[in-house]
Design a protein around this ligand. Sequence first.
Ligand SMILES: CC(C)(COP(=O)(O)OP(=O)(O)OC[C@H]1O[C@@H](n2cnc3c(N)ncnc32)[C@H](O)[C@@H]1OP(=O)(O)O)[C@@H](O)C(=O)NCCC(=O)NCCS
Length: 148
Amino acid sequence: MRRGGADELDEVMEVMTAAFQPCFGEAWTRSQCAGILPMHGVSLTLAEQGGQVAGFSLVRAVADEAELLLLAVDPSEQRRGIGQALLDDFIATALAGGAHRLHLEVRDGNPAVELYCTSGFSQVGRRRNYYHGPDGQSHDAVTLALVD
Ligand SMILES: CC(C)(COP(=O)(O)OP(=O)(O)OC[C@H]1O[C@@H](n2cnc3c(N)ncnc32)[C@H](O)[C@@H]1OP(=O)(O)O)[C@@H](O)C(=O)NCCC(=O)NCCS
């Protein structure tokens, strides 16, 4: 695993497009990623397998809080522990950096909720109709937090 930057956006977008189902409207666009990367406290972590980017996380740390903005693993590499490794890295890095509250938003019903909850996150809120699919359908997000 290593930290990445704007130079790796092609690889990140490849994983993003393959990992997120378009019907739920969870994936970010390239310009959203490019826009947030230079911001203070934002970091991109890449997980590589055989020299290729297999997964990534995008994180924002502000004061004593850290937010997991995105986590994705290429479908061909899923269920091999890469998502867990990226999540563990997020948690360890955030705590080492002085964060006391870690949080994230995820679509209600996304199987990733299982991954987060087994790593110590629990639901603290719900945002109604947070995600918008291309078919006009809306989907709730749940807010999960881990408090140190
Ligand atoms: C969520 C995601 C990042 C998980 O990545 P991954 O590399 O497959 O995860 P891991 O192999 O590390 O899984 C660790 C554990 O999480 C849980 N888990 C992961 N994916 C799961 C799934 N689809 N259904 C149920 N549990 C799951 C399991 O407990 C798993 O352990 P196990 O394989 O021993 O049963 C990946 O499925 C993904 O990219 N999804 C699409 C993007 C997305 O929705 N991201 C989350 C919102 S930002």
